[in-house]
Design a protein around this ligand. Sequence first.
Ligand code: GLA
Length: 394
Amino acid sequence: MTARASWTAALERRPAKIFGAGARPVVALAPGRVNLIGEHTDYNDGWVLPMAIDRHVGVAAVPRGDRVLRAHAVAFGETREGRLDELAPPGGGGWFGYVAGTAWAMREAGLELRGADLVVDGDLPLAAGLSSSAALEMATALALCDLAGIEWRPLEMARLGQKGEGEYVGVRGGVMDQFTAALGQAGSALLLDCRSLTARAVGIPVEAAVVVMDTGAPRSLAGSAYNDRSASCRDAVSLLRQVRPEIRSLRDVDLELLDGERERLGEKLYLRARFVVEETGRPLAMAAALESGDLRAAGTLMNASHEGLRELYQVSSAELDLITEIARRRPGCFGARLTGAGFGGCAIALVAADRVGAFVDEVGAGYGARVSLPSAVFSVRAEGGARLLSSAPR
Ligand code: GLA
C-alpha cells in the first residue's frame, strides 16, 4: 500500500471510531501548494505561478441529524464544534477556524449546509507555508458540498475560502492558495492573473524537479506581519493615487512612477512597493522560461525574487536565507527561494531531474549540520485540485 493509500484508508474508518458514526463517510482531498514565483503579488492584483503538490489534507465527513458542525483533527487529537446557524466572525485562529470559517462563508453565500461530523488528517506539513489552511478549507468545502448535494464550483469555493480566512480567521490573504487547492492541474503550475481570476497551465519541463526545503522554523508572527505588509501596499496605493487617480493596485504601478514618488511614499513604503512592482512581472517571465525549457533563466528569476523578499519586503528569515544558500551551491540547482508568505516555513529549489536524489540528501545534511530544527527536504510533483475519494449515496 502506498503512503497515500494508507492514511486515506485509515481516514475513511475514523468517523466510525471517533464519533461512532454508522454511515460510510464522504472523503475529500485537497492539495497543498508551492508558489514557484510571484510572492505577495496576489493581493496586489498581480500574477502568481503556484503549483498544487502531491501532499494533501483529507476530510472524512458523515451527516448529522441536527445543525451542529463537529470536527476532530487527528494531528492535534482535538475535537471542536459549533452550531452552523451561530457561526459568526471573528471566529479566531487555530485549525477549527478554517473549518468553521469556510462553513460560515458558504452559508453567507446562501448555500444550505447540513450538520456534519468531520475528521481531518493528511500528509501535508502543517503551518509550514505549504498552504495547509487553504487545503483544509477546500477539503472541508468539497465534503460539505457533497453531503448537502451542492454542485462543486471550484472558483466560487476558492473565493469563499478566502473570505472565510479573511473575515472569520482574520488573515486577509489573497486568493492564490485556495485557487490552487481547488483548481490545481497535474503536471503543471498555474499562471494565475489575480485581477481577472483566469489561469493557464504552465507545464513543468521533465528535465526539472521542484524540491521543498522545510526549514522547520515556525512561522511566528506570520499573521500580523502579513497583514502589516498588505496594509503597506494599500497605503502606497492611496498615496500614489494622489498623483495618478486611475491606479487601482500596485499592479498598475511601474518603477518610473515609483521612483518619482519616493519622497511622497517614505522609505518603508517605497521599498515594499518596489518589491511588489518588481515581482509582478516575474511569473510571466518564469512561465516563458519554463515553456521554452530555459531552466537557467527560471532559476535566476527565483534567486532574484528571494533577494527582493529578503532585502526589500523583509519577510525572509535567517533559516530561509541559509537553506536557499546551501541549495544554490549544490550541483544541478538552477535557483532557490522562499515560498509562501515567508517569516519561516519552506523554501523551494528548481533542480535538474537527474540530480534530485543527491540534492535532497546533501541539502538535508548541510542544513541539519548547522540548524537543529525538525527540517525536511523532499521533491514534489504537480497535482490536480480538490477531489472526492468517495461521495455520499444519492
Ligand atoms: C500566503 C497567502 C497568499 C499569498 C502568499 C504570499 O500564502 O495566503 O494569498 O499572499 O502568502 O505570496
